[in-house]
Design a protein around this ligand. Structure first.
Ligand code: FAD
Ligand code: DLZ
Ligand code: SF4
Length: 510
């Protein structure tokens, strides 16, 4: 009996039951392959980060005496796809059984299911032992319902897993603190600088550079900032708990120039690769809050727990419920190309320049930058959701399709017509100015709607509503906007639409 077990690049879970005991009849395989490096133009930090974490995980398995075959990107025997490498290994080493953990991506899931149909040996699938929910739990929870309200799913999971509960009631009696968690960063407030690692990743980078893999973004190969193993992931978690949790909720929607992560945890990469689990993140956050009652208010903690038990699990459930149709939804029938400056940061719009440049430099932007700066602009400009998915799937170090596409196509672009969100997240300059310090030093004027220096968000905002009236006017959460629009003087409306048209025509020069 010889078993081959596949470990994917985002399955680096050292607490998985697979690894509890050493079994000589079992061999693990991990592989760096072109099918995975080439399905998007990934940020160089994403590829380097994933490979470095995979290599470090395989070393740990080896140290713990597990049999492991690690196929490097540039190995001569690398056949560059999961299927080809696995078939090759089965015939070379006479394996009699093949096992893999449930993948989180639809494409990989299909590929491995198909592979199992063609190989001559038996196969089985294990759970990835990471999430609070199973793939289909959301589907069952919302069975027969027309809408999928995140808040309801979140409350059910809080009860089910007894997180911050007092019997059947939420601690404090209140479920939702969102309204306390929308503060702008005070002008002179200097957030604690983020903890960064000084990892040397030159070897991995050199190997990638030997190939013709297309990547985007910048990297410092001797000061690679991201955690590349469980130990560093736990350090980042501890740093977050001590330094950031006390203000996480308050400033979770705030934005500021040159502050690339504020009080955010930057744990998405570690969690998405499963180097740490959502359960341990939440358990530790709750312990921290309990041990510092005078320093950490409840709204800070609840805001954080909601992102992880709420949004993260909810998005995964939506993904498995709606794929593969989800990937081609385009509710507004948007068709435009992404402006060139999305790939360079070369725009006069200060908010976009900042969000894009930091994405190119760190492979990271925090949620409100993704949603209300880049996503907001793209939706107002009518960009095709395929273009956006390709961009978001490539540029962020935490971008794995299950959580990227539901956030991009769903939450940000409303291309799913309202499965994930109840209304499109769009705004004019006033929201951006309310939540950030970007507008003060911008080439454009946040108050102007028309004219040479008018902030593009202002006219594009009304143009968006005008253009999509047939799809949005009946939405009870938006009706108000149409009342305002209808009451505007015809000349003012025409001027706004003309300004929007002018900006859209020269979108690459904004
Ligand atoms: P924190 O603000 O510290 O939040 C803590 C954790 O909560 C995160 O690590 C994450 O695991 C979870 N979380 C927070 N918001 C969400 C959310 N909306 N959906 C799912 N989980 C959430 N997240 C990804 O992990 N991968 C992606 O590819 C991704 N693409 C996105 C694309 C767009 C257009 C938008 C609007 C959001 C996207 N998000 C994505 C969600 C969110 O922006 C990131 O999870 C978050 O910015 C990661 O940074 P952090 O770890 O510092 O988060
Ligand atoms: C994103 C990514 C990249 C760039 N490279 C690899 C790889 O070489 N090998 C691997 O096993 N996984 C990689 N991944 C992650 C996968 O593409 C895929 O997104 C997840 O395994 C799906 O859950
Ligand atoms: Fe962005 Fe407009 Fe503000 Fe400039 S004025 S930073 S473009 S919202």
């Amino acid at each position: 009996n010889k078993t081959l077990r596949l470990v994917l690049g985002d399955q680096l879970n050292s607490n998985h039951s697979w690894f509890k005991a050493v079994d000589d009849s079992v061999t693990y395989v991990m592989m760096e392959i072109r099918t995975e490096t080439d399905y998007a133009s990934h940020h160089i930090q994403k590829v380097v980060g994933i490979f470095s974490a995979m290599r470090s995980f395989s070393k740990e398995l080896k140290l713990n005496k597990h049999n492991i075959i690690y196929i490097n990107l540039v190995d001569v025997n690398n056949l560059q796809s999961f299927e080809n490498n696995i078939e090759n290994l089965i015939s070379k080493h006479n394996f009699t059984h093949f096992e893999y953990q449930l993948p989180d991506e639809f494409r990989v899931d299909e590929a491995l299911k198909n592979l199992c149909k063609v190989i001559a040996i038996s196969s089985s699938i294990a759970d990835s032992e990471h999430f609070f929910t199973t793939r289909n739990e959301l589907e069952h929870f919302f069975e027969g319902k027309k809408t999928f309200v995140m808040e309801n799913f979140y409350r059910m999971l809080r009860k089910k897993h007894n997180v911050l509960m007092e019997g059947n009631q939420p601690l404090t009696g209140k479920w939702n603190y969102d309204s306390d968690n929308r503060k702008k960063l005070p002008k002179n407030h200097k957030p604690t600088p983020p903890l960064v690692f000084n990892n040397t990743v030159s070897e991995v980078l050199d190997e990638i550079n030997k190939t013709d893999i297309k990547t985007i973004g910048n990297i410092d190969a001797v000061n690679f900032v991201w955690p590349i193993n469980r130990e560093q992931s736990l350090q980042l978690l501890d740093f977050f708990l001590v330094e950031c949790l006390p203000l996480f909720g308050s400033y979770q929607d705030a934005m500021s120039s040159n502050e690339w992560s504020l009080y955010h945890s930057r744990l998405s990469f570690s969690m998405n690769l499963k180097m740490i689990s959502p359960q341990e993140v939440i358990d530790k956050a709750i312990k921290e809050w309990e041990s510092r009652p005078n320093e950490i208010e409840y709204n800070q903690l609840e805001g954080f727990v909601r992102q992880i038990i709420g949004w993260r699990e909810y998005m995964r459930g939506i993904y498995w419920l709606k794929m593969p149709e989800y990937a081609s939804m385009n509710f507004f029938n948007n068709q435009e190309k992404l402006p060139d400056w999305f790939w360079t940061g070369n725009t006069k719009m200060n908010c976009l320049k900042d969000a894009i440049n930091q994405s190119l430099n760190f492979a990271y932007a925090h949620h409100i930058q993704r949603l209300m700066i880049t996503g907001n602009f793209a939706l107002l400009a009518g960009i095709h959701p395929d273009e956006l998915d390709a961009w978001y799937l490539g540029i962020y170090i935490d971008a794995i399709e299950w959580v990227e596409i539901t956030n991009t196509r769903g939450m940000s672009q409303f291309a799913d017509g309202g499965i994930v969100g109840t209304k499109p997240y769009v705004s004019s300059a006033s929201y951006i100015n309310k939540m950030s310090h970007y507008c003060g030093s911008c080439f454009y004027n946040k108050q102007l709607k028309t004219g040479e220096k008018a902030c593009p968000f202002n006219s594009l905002y009304w143009n968006f509503y005008d253009k999509n009236e047939d799809k949005l006017a009946k939405n009870p959460r938006i009706g108000m906007m149409y009342n305002v629009w209808k009451k505007m003087e015809p000349e003012a409306k025409a001027a706004l639409l003309e300004q929007a048209d002018y900006y859209l025509k020269k979108i690459n020069e904004l």
